[in-house]
Design a protein around this ligand. Structure first.
Ligand SMILES: NC(=O)c1ccc[n+]([C@@H]2O[C@H](COP(=O)([O-])OP(=O)(O)OC[C@H]3O[C@@H](n4cnc5c(N)ncnc54)[C@H](O)[C@@H]3O)[C@@H](O)[C@H]2O)c1
Ligand SMILES: [Zn+2]
Length: 362
């Protein structure tokens, strides 16, 4: 079973395929959209043996001219250095505006290869083939691409939508379980912000998800991507609605920055952030204690952390939150839940209340 979603934007629409064992169909899916002059597959180093040959064979079957480039695994690769390597490869192999870049890997490779294709010759087409749950339900959909600067994460980037997204749930088989659990946070987040049935699906099928039940994974990922696609189609460049995707992220990004991106996986920091945001919403009387407990219980069952580490003071965390690049004109916009399935954007929360919520989350 393969599901097809369509991400509709003002000037074009692109497909998102979600299914099992569909990696070998990439050649067919690609030529339905576009017949490229050349293809560059940008791969994450940890998956080259397992998945790259399948992708390359499928492209070669369609008679396509394929080059490939391996990127070392890890966040450090979202660098100017790796970005230059991709551009060098495109230039050396005379890629033109009818060529295409394929990102095969997690969010790191997706963001990096996406950004290189956004700027090479002022933008050439690219495809996302995400191989982590995080990238399948979040990073690969929506067209945000970026690399990091030593002064901050994702500071250099562009909006550049892919031609298509191909999500093969079987690629999760080789993913370490903690990466799977960390990626699940973006699904749970989507459940809290707009989709109670999706939240319930995770509650009811957590064990099946961790056991990689293909049917449940396809259903869950399709539903999560449909949510993201709808938000992006209404607000491609994040003027307002798309901000709801930052639920838990202002707290979480601050935790990641303070711990220098070493202590937590992204999803783990966001889990703590969602707990803080939900506690703040309870304190404001806009979210019930029982809904707070429902979220908290699911995070615990998913073995995601929920407490702020004692060595980080509420003052320190709050200061780091004001440094987040999404704080506009020193106004902090916080996404707060009002029930499981609905959030509000608030910019009127006093700092003292933010600190109180953090203190309650130690
Ligand atoms: N563009 C967006 O909208 C957006 C949204 C969310 C996150 N992101 C970015 O995504 C990145 C995080 O993504 P991620 O969590 O996928 O990290 P990642 O790309 O670093 O992948 C995590 C780890 O899994 C390995 N890996 C990837 N696929 C695998 C597989 N199938 N089997 C075994 N190992 C595999 C990688 O080598 C890496 O070690 C961050 O840089 C973040 O900024 C972007
Ligand atoms: Zn996130």
């Amino acid at each position: 079973m393969t599901n097809i979603l369509h991400l509709k934007l003002k000037d074009h629409t692109y497909p998102i395929y979600v299914g099992k064992d569909i990696l070998h169909q990439i050649g067919e899916y690609l030529i339905k959209e576009f017949i490229p002059s050349k293809v560059l597959v940008v791969n994450d180093a940890s998956i080259i043996e397992r998945y790259t040959p399948i992708v390359k064979d499928s492209l070669a079957e369609q008679g396509l001219d394929v080059n490939s480039l391996v990127i070392p695994s890890g966040e450090e690769s979202k660098s100017l250095n790796q970005f230059s390597r991709i551009l060098d490869t495109l230039i050396e192999n005379q890629f033109d505006r009818n060529s295409i870049v394929i990102a095969l890997g997690g969010g790191v490779v997706g963001d990096l290869a996406g950004f290189a294709s956004a700027v090479y010759m002022r933008g050439i087409p690219f495809i996302q083939i995400p191989t982590t749950l995080q990238a399948q339900v979040d990073a690969s959909v929506g067209g945000k691409t970026a690399i990091n600067h030593t002064k901050g994460k994702n500071l250099i980037g562009a909006f550049h939508q892919p031609k298509l997204v191909l999500i093969d749930v079987n690629t999760l088989e080789s993913l370490p379980e903690m990466d799977l659990r960390a990626g699940l946070i973006e699904v749970i987040k989507m459940g809290v912000i707009r989709d109670e049935p999706l939240f319930k699906l995770v509650e009811e099928h957590l064990d099946d998800i961790i056991a990689l039940d293909e049917k449940i994974l396809v259903e869950m990922i399709t539903q999560a991507c449909a949510g993201k696609a709808e938000i992006v189609s209404k607000d491609e460049k994040e003027s307002r609605l798309r901000m709801v995707l930052n639920y838990g992220h202002t707290f979480g990004h601050a935790l990641e920055a303070i711990t220098e991106y070493k202590k937590y996986r992204h999803g783990e920091a966001i889990a703590i952030g969602m707990n803080c945001a939900a506690r703040l919403a309870v304190n404001l009387d806009i979210f019930t204690e029982s809904d707070f407990q429902r979220q908290n219980t699911l995070l615990k069952h998913a073995k995601l952390p929920g407490t702020v580490p004692k060595e980080i003071s509420s003052e320190q965390l709050c200061t780091a939150m004001y440094h987040d690049k999404k704080v506009i004109d020193s106004t902090m916009r916080l996404i707060l839940p009002t029930r499981i399935g609905e959030v509000v954007i608030r910019n009127d929360i006093p700092e003292s209340m933010i600190k109180d919520a953090i203190i309650q989350c130690y």
